[in-house]
Design a protein around this ligand. Sequence first.
Ligand SMILES: Nc1ncnc2c1ncn2[C@@H]1O[C@H](COP(=O)(O)OP(=O)(O)O)[C@@H](O)[C@H]1O
Ligand SMILES: [Mg+2]
Length: 282
Amino acid sequence: MAVIETKTLTYTYPGGAKPSIRDVSIKIEKGEFVLITGPSGCGKTTLCRCFNGLIPHFYQGELKGEITVAGLNVVEHPTHELATHVGLVFQNPENQLFALSVEKDVAFGLENLGVPRDEMHKRVDWALKLTGIYDLRERAPHELSGGQQQRAAIASVLAMQPEVIVLDEPTSFLDPLGAKKIFEVIYELNRNTGITIVLVEHRLDLTAKYADHIIIMDDGKVVLDGESREILSSEEARLIGVGIPKATRLYQILQKDGIKLGNAVPLSSDEMAALLREVLKA
Ligand SMILES: Nc1ncnc2c1ncn2[C@@H]1O[C@H](COP(=O)(O)OP(=O)(O)O)[C@@H](O)[C@H]1O
Ligand SMILES: [Mg+2]
């Protein structure tokens, strides 16, 4: 069952000379881990704003085509209703955290929904533990490191128990190790709770191995959409200039030279290492 579906979705910001997304028709199935990538300015953030109704309810402009999220027509349902189905984690967590403590921030959305106290405490603790920041619950968000703030932003969204979490370049200001930890948390969530993940990211070396499905955008349009290994090993993906994982590139170069390291294209250095170990054993 598709949890997000768009049909020829086209959107132009107020006063925009041309659409920022054009004819986007995609289907995201329940439980999938989807990666959306593409060059800067290609429309990734704009598409995310459609998923939770910021477009068209907050951003005016012109929206054409169709979009349903969790079975709801986004145009016909207000953002506070959509927020119970889809949570958005922005690029900069500071914009998302404003309360005096981490715990209060995580509880904020639930208070707004009028969730009973007991249930609220249960959900807040659950989200804090799952993201590994339970011990930081009484701290002020602005005192935390970037990675801890990012976890707090994810916890706030999680506490709402949405069907889908959309993360828009959630680690762009973190070092690779900090980023890796965040991606692991997101992946575990996807596997353990079945929550659908839509991750916008350009660091494919760190994330491609987690994705079931990759959507590549260029200049407002979806140019490639499908199974991760198939998409990332295609010539088209390389030509668009997305950051194909190094392990995938190496595999392809070796294959061109007549060296085939097994049948599955690796998407990360761990997977490449496993392939090499097999070859060395043989
Ligand atoms: N709030 C806005 N108002 C007007 N134009 C915008 C706004 N946000 C983004 N754009 C434009 O829409 C296009 C797509 O931007 P964006 O969705 O942010 O791309 P990406 O996230 O892939 O970098 C760009 O040309 C950008 O300048
Ligand atoms: Mg963006």
